[in-house]
Design a binder for this molecule. Sequence first.
Ligand code: APR
Length: 181
Amino acid sequence: MRTWAVQGDITTVRVDAIVNAANSSLLGGGGVDGAIHAAAGPQLLEACRELRRTALADGLQVGDAVATQGFDLPASWVIHTVGPNRHAGETDPALLTSCFTRALDVAAEVGARTVAAPAVSAGVFGWAPDDVATIAVRATHAWDEVHPGMLDEVRFVLFNAAALEAFERALSGWHRVVRRR
Ligand code: APR
């Protein structure tokens, strides 16, 4: 699996699945969630409402993930996950690890081979980009070790230069570790 980071807008990326940093309601918000809903069109909100009427009547738990179609997006699928909110005292790194692990589980379940993910929890939810990057990179490579060959690519798509640098640092640290093995 190739892992790399790029600066950009995740709503424009041509991959099989993009990850959304949603909230438990699944009914939209600001940040990357708002951008994804705007680009996917109203059918995305309708699909999320349908999930709330059926399998997820109580909403999506922090650290869990669920798929919808991508509708007007270039990506076929949106994998919605709910990051921990530091401002609400959700400071356990295991919750953020779970976001990336579960998002990749769900991506593989729908048959995606290429996935793009944002810096979940690094915006409104208040986590430091370096912490998000370290956790995301570690979780993604750990997932790949357990599911070898299931995904071709995980691309971290970061909106700003600071987040891109954080992910590049985390990725280069990881690749140094792998080279030493
Ligand atoms: N593409 C890629 N990354 C983006 C985009 C975009 N179009 N727009 C924003 N981002 C980046 C932000 O700069 C930040 O680094 O995504 C990262 C996550 O920020 P948020 O979108 O604020 O997500 P999060 O911190 O997980 O907070 C989730 O925000 O809008 C709400 O509904 C959402 O309540 C939930 C909360």
